[in-house]
Design a protein around this ligand. Structure first.
Ligand SMILES: [Zn+2]
Length: 82
């Protein structure tokens, strides 16, 4: 069976709690998700962690990678010969 030998700091991120100014470290596994309805009636997916100091929800920045960018396939018009 696989064993955990340590935690990589590469995936640890930091966020500041706007309520109590605590600097928090979190792992992706600790991120919680909830769906809120905005004033337009649309659904927003909120990613947050719970501040262990003041027990409030700390919103995390929206992941830029959530928006897919167009993938351009390599052109098939180019001739490899000659
Ligand atoms: Zn806090």
């Amino acid at each position: 069976m696989a064993r955990v030998v340590g935690k990589s700091a590469a995936v640890i991120k930091r966020v500041t709690c706007n309520r109590c100014s605590s600097i928090l470290e979190y792992l992706p596994i600790e991120i919680m998700v909830k769906v809120e309805t905005d004033y337009c009636g649309g659904k927003d997916i909120i990613r947050y962690i719970r501040c262990p100091c003041c027990n409030s929800d700390v919103r995390l920045a929206v992941n830029q990678q959530a928006v897919p960018f167009p993938i351009f396939r390599s052109g098939s018009d180019e001739s490899l010969s000659g």
